[in-house]
Design a protein around this ligand. Structure first.
Ligand SMILES: Cc1ncc(COP(=O)(O)O)c(C=O)c1O
Length: 393
C-alpha cells in the first residue's frame, strides 16, 4: 500500500499541517479513510460541503454539465453563470454578480471594486478599513487586508492601502476613516479569527457611518454565506443591506466557485476592468446553482439555525460539566468551544481516533462547521464522540 504521508513529504510543498489520515470517500456527513475507517464530518471541507459529501443534487449537476459544456471563454454568454447570478440577486439585496474561483479572489475583487468606486466618486480614495483578527485570503493584498500579523510577517513588505482596526469597536473605525477611505470590509462572524460575531449595534452603526461618509460597506461572507449562520446571508441577521458581499466556500458545495455581489451603485466595473479565465465556469456555476436552489427550496438556513441551537445547547452542557471547558460561541453551524488549557491539537487527534472530524481553531479552541444537512442524530452523535474524547483531559 502506498504511504501517502511519505509521498506528501517528498513531493508536496509543506504548506499544510495535516492530520494523520488520508480520506478517500464521502457520503452525506460521513467520510472514510483508505483503511475503511468511518468519520463523522464536522469540518465539511472547512465550511465548504454545504450539502455534505456527494449529494445527489450536486453529483447530478456536475455530471449533467460535464457532459454538455465543461469550459468556454467569458467572451461568450453561458447559461449556468447567468442562472446563478440571477438566483443570487433574487435572493439577496444585491443587483449584480461577478463569478470567480475562490474566497481570496472574491475579496480581492471586492477591494478592486471599492478602489474603482473611490476613483469614480471619492477623488481617488483607495484605502479599505478592515478589522484585527480578520481573514480575507492569501494573495499579498488579502494578507495585507487580513488583520493577523502571523499571516503577514513572512511576506513583508505588503501592499499598502489597508488599515486594520479593532473588531466590534465603532469608534476605532470612525477614527480611522479619512478622505483616503473608500470602504470598510469585515466578516459578520470572524471565522478564522476565532468565531467572533459582530455585535448587532456595531453592524448597524457601520452601515450608518458608511452612508454618512458615502463609503462602501463590504461584508466578507465567504465563510458565513449560503445558509451557514441560519440565514441565507449573515447580513440578514442585522437588518442592514451592505453594498458588496463576497461568497465562496459553501456556494458550490465542494466545487471551487466564488462570487462578488454588489448593489447597483457599487457595481462600477466597466468592460475589461476585471476578469477571470475560469471564473464563471459552466460546471462550477451549474453546481452552485443546483446547491443554492436546493438550500433555498429546502429551507436549509432555518435547519442550520435549529441544528446550531442543538449544538450550542450541547456545548453549553459540556461547559457546565467539564471544568476544562470555559465557554462556547458562534451562530448557526459555525461554532467554537474554548478551553482553559491549550488542548485543541491533542483533542482533535483524540476525536480523529474516535471517528469525529473537528477543527483546531486556536491552541485552546476548536471549531464546528458541519454541512447544512447535518441531522439531529448526527449532532447528538458528534457531541457524544466529543465528550468521549474530552474525558482524557
Ligand atoms: C472569511 C474568509 N474570507 C476569505 C477566505 C479565503 O477563501 P479561499 O481559501 O477560498 O481563498 C476565507 C477562507 O477561510 C475566509 O474564511
Amino acid at each position: 500500500m502506498t504511504n501517502w504521508f511519505e509521498e506528501e513529504s517528498k513531493y508536496y510543498m509543506p504548506t499544510f499541517k495535516r492530520l494523520p489520515v488520508t480520506l478517500v470517500r464521502g457520503q452525506g456527513n460521513l467520510v472514510w479513510d483508505e483503511n475503511g475507517k468511518e468519520y463523522l464530518d464536522f469540518v465539511a471541507g472547512w465550511a465548504v460541503n454545504s450539502l455534505g459529501h456527494c449529494h445527489p443534487v450536486v453529483v447530478e449537476a456536475v455530471c449533467q454539465q460535464v457532459n454538455q459544456l465543461i469550459h468556454t471563454s467569458n467572451s461568450y454568454y453561458t447559461i449556468p453563470q447567468l442562472k446563478l447570478a440571477k438566483l443570487l440577486v433574487e435572493n439577496s439585496c444585491m443587483d449584480k454578480v461577478f463569478c470567480c474561483n475562490s474566497g481570496t479572489e472574491a475579496t480581492e475583487g471586492a477591494v478592486k471594486l471599492a478602489r474603482r468606486y473611490g476613483h469614480r466618486y471619492l477623488n481617488g480614495a483607495y484605502e479599505v478599513i478592515t478589522t484585527l483578527g480578520s481573514f480575507h485570503g492569501r494573495t499579498l493584498a488579502m494578507v495585507s487586508a487580513s488583520g493577523q500579523t502571523r499571516h503577514q510577517a513572512p511576506y513583508t513588505p505588503l501592499p499598502s492601502g489597508f488599515v486594520n482596526v479593532e473588531f466590534n469597536n465603532i469608534e476605532a473605525l470612525k477614527a480611522a476613516t479619512t478622505e483616503k477611505t473608500c470602504a470598510v470590509m469585515l466578516e459578520p462572524v470572524q471565522g478564522e479569527g476565532g468565531v467572533n460575531t459582530a455585535d448587532y449595534a456595531y453592524m448597524r452603526a457601520i452601515r450608518e457611518w458608511c452612508d454618512e461618509k458615502n463609503i462602501l460597506m463590504m461584508l466578507d461572507e465567504v465563510q458565513t454565506g449560503i445558509g451557514r449562520t441560519g440565514e441565507l446571508f449573515a447580513y440578514m441577521h442585522f437588518g442592514i443591506e451592505p453594498d458588496i458581499i463576497t461568497l465562496a466556500k459553501g456556494l458550490g458545495s465542494g466545487l471551487p466557485v466564488g462570487a462578488i455581489a454588489a448593489r447597483e451603485h457599487a457595481s462600477v466595473f466597466a468592460a475589461g476592468e476585471h476578469g477571470s479565465t475560469f471564473g464563471g465556469n459552466p460546471v462550477t456555476c451549474a453546481t452552485a446553482f443546483a446547491t443554492v436552489s436546493y438550500i433555498i427550496e429546502n429551507q436549509l438556513p432555518k435547519h442550520a439555525a435549529l441544528m446550531g441551537k442543538l449544538l450550542s445547547e450541547g456545548l453549553e452542557n459540556l461547559a457546565k460539566r467539564y471544568e476544562i471547558v470555559t465557554s462556547h460561541r458562534g451562530i448557526g453551524l459555525l461554532q467554537a468551544l474554548v478551553f482553559n488549557k491549550d488542548i485543541a491539537e491533542e483533542l482533535v487527534l483524540k476525536c480523529l481516533e474516535n471517528g469525529l472530524l473537528i477543527n483546531r481553531l486556536k491552541p485552546n479552541a476548536i471549531r464546528f462547521m458541519p454541512s447544512l444537512i447535518i441531522t439531529r442524530e448526527e449532532i447528538e452523535k458528534g457531541l457524544s464522540l466529543l465528550e468521549k474524547s474530552l474525558k482524557g483531559f
